[in-house]
Design a protein. Structure first.
Length: 488
């Protein structure tokens, strides 16, 4: 017991650029996981709606973008399973590792298996594996900092830099491979990227000490039988609704959104009523509710990079750069480029400001407002025809996307770990990802309303709604801060 405590304290006190040494390992594995995920998802929509002669599957365009949005939502929905496994069976660290294995197998399936079989098997495996990895990587990072540690926001911003390095390099490589060799080569590169991430994680695993090895709320032997019965019933229900046609490719985004909303409501009910949650922790969960809603609204626009803006890139943007035409899928790499450039600035800013920085609710409000403004910036280009939108103009708009994201997303990761009840740390992070999942699946639903002939209305209305939500969050920020009970 003393040896374990010494190992954990060593992992916390050994530092790299003033942060716990374990940050470097989590930075690396998240970088490669995002390389594989974004490398795959930026070409997924094209694979689904391009004709067979262009290497695609020939689905209707609105169905294809809906699937991309719904799939993203399902990835975040699966974080509840990853969080539950961590809290009840394996602990965060082991769940993270095995999640990465499943992600790699999923990308291999996409690369090797043809048609809908490969898409179905590959996306299902990547979704479940990502659920185990994503929720636990962020939660595990949170254990490296004590509550109230002023370095936490800076550490999560650096962690976010790793996410965006992967999000930047993945689309560049898979886009080139898809253009010159075919879609399956792009999916294969995603599998190799995840393998590299797992390799570095294993090599430097000791940097985490014993953090995340404990199982905070282990399941009892008596609960195993009922659990297996519930899982079998859930699988049977999914099979039945698919066979009888209640869930189809066309309504998948709406079904996904509804499922995540219902599951989120159930989770909030558990957190607010559980005897394992103290009154102080319950107050913090209440404070998390409006942040949850604001986060979902933010991501419903941001994730359109892979739905509406993927189509916009393919049909409306002029990708000619000094006589060479870049792949349309590189739209997915533009925004991460800005995040990479700006992340160190924000990390230094939050670390130096410390307790003088704007409160978390105010940062959320600014991020949401900025996202709405970014959509307004597309309005002046409406009404033009063909590939008339210059790439440099969209590059500038993506800077606003990045600033908004840095005001909200890494801050959201950090504050979730600080507001989480001790008995539900990983599952609270899964709940945070549910809000992203709602926004992601909504991005697929909203994408169906996009029409190049009515861009003024589309970008103008969606941007205005989101700006209004941000203003509401700013107005109630003092109330949210009061319920956060000491968490800045």
């Amino acid at each position: 017991m003393v040896e374990a405590a010494t190992s954990q304290e060593s992992a916390r006190t050994r530092t790299l650029f003033g942060h716990p040494i374990g940050l470097a390992n989590l930075f690396g594995v998240e970088l490669w996981e995002r390389f594989s995920f974004y490398g795959m998802v930026t070409i997924l929509g094209y694979y689904l709606y391009y004709s067979a002669t262009d290497g695609g599957m020939g689905l209707a365009k609105d169905t294809a973008v809906g699937i991309v949005g719904a799939y993203g939502g399902l990835v975040y929905l699966s974080t509840v399973l990853g969080g539950w496994i961590a809290d009840r069976l394996l602990g965060m660290e082991r769940t993270l590792f095995w999640g990465g294995i499943v992600v790699m197998i999923g990308h291999i399936a996409l690369a090797v298996l043809p048609g809908l079989v490969g898409v179905g098997a590959g996306l299902l495996l990547v979704a479940f594996g990502s659920g185990g990895l994503k929720a636990n990587a962020s939660s595990l990072l949170g254990t490296l900092y004590t509550k109230g540690d002023a370095r936490a926001h800076g550490g999560f911003t650096l962690f976010y830099l790793g996410i965006n390095l992967g999000a930047f390099t993945g689309p560049l490589l898979t886009g080139l491979l898809q253009t010159h060799l075919g879609f399956h080569y792009g999916f294969g590169a995603a599998a190799i990227g995840m393998a590299l991430g797992l390799t570095q994680y294993v090599v430097f695993r000791r940097n985490l000490g014993t953090h995340g090895r404990e199982v905070p709320n282990p399941i009892s032997r008596d609960a195993v039988g009922p659990l297996v019965a519930v899982l079998a019933g859930a699988v049977a229900l999914v099979v039945v609704v698919c066979v009888i046609g209640l869930v189809t490719l066309d309504n998948l985004p709406e079904v996904t959104t509804g499922l995540i909303v219902a599951t989120s409501a159930g989770y909030f009910a558990v957190l607010l009523t559980s005897a394992k949650v103290t009154p102080l922790e319950r107050s913090r969960v209440r404070a998390f509710l409006p942040l949850f809603v604001a986060n979902a609204v933010f991501w419903s626009l941001f994730k359109q990079i892979f739905t509406v803006l993927a189509v916009y890139s393919d049909e409306r943007m002029n990708w000619n750069i000094f006589g060479w035409t870049a792949p349309s899928s590189w739209i997915g790499a533009v925004e991460p480029t800005w995040v990479i450039l700006l992340s160190p600035v924000f990390a230094i800013l939050w670390t130096r400001l410390g307790q003088r920085a704007p409160s978390t609710p105010r940062k959320f409000a600014l991020g949401v407002i900025g996202m709405g403004v970014a959509f307004w910036l597309f309005v002046p280009m409406s009404g033009t025809e063909g590939h008339a939108v210059p790439v440099l103009l969209v590059l500038a708009i993506m800077a606003v996307f990045a600033i908004s994201e840095l005001l909200l997303s890494p801050i959201g990761l950090a504050v979730t770990t600080q507001l989480a009840p001790e008995a539900f740390r990983a599952q609270m992070m899964a709940l945070y990802f549910f809000s992203i999942g709602i926004g992601t699946s909504m991005s697929g639903t909203l994408a169906r309303f996009y029409d190049p002939g009515h861009e003024f209305a589309y970008f103008g209305i969606t941007g205005t709604v989101v700006v209004c939500v941000g203003l509401i969050v700013a107005a109630i920020a003092p109330w949210i801060s009061r319920f956060m009970a000491g968490v800045h």
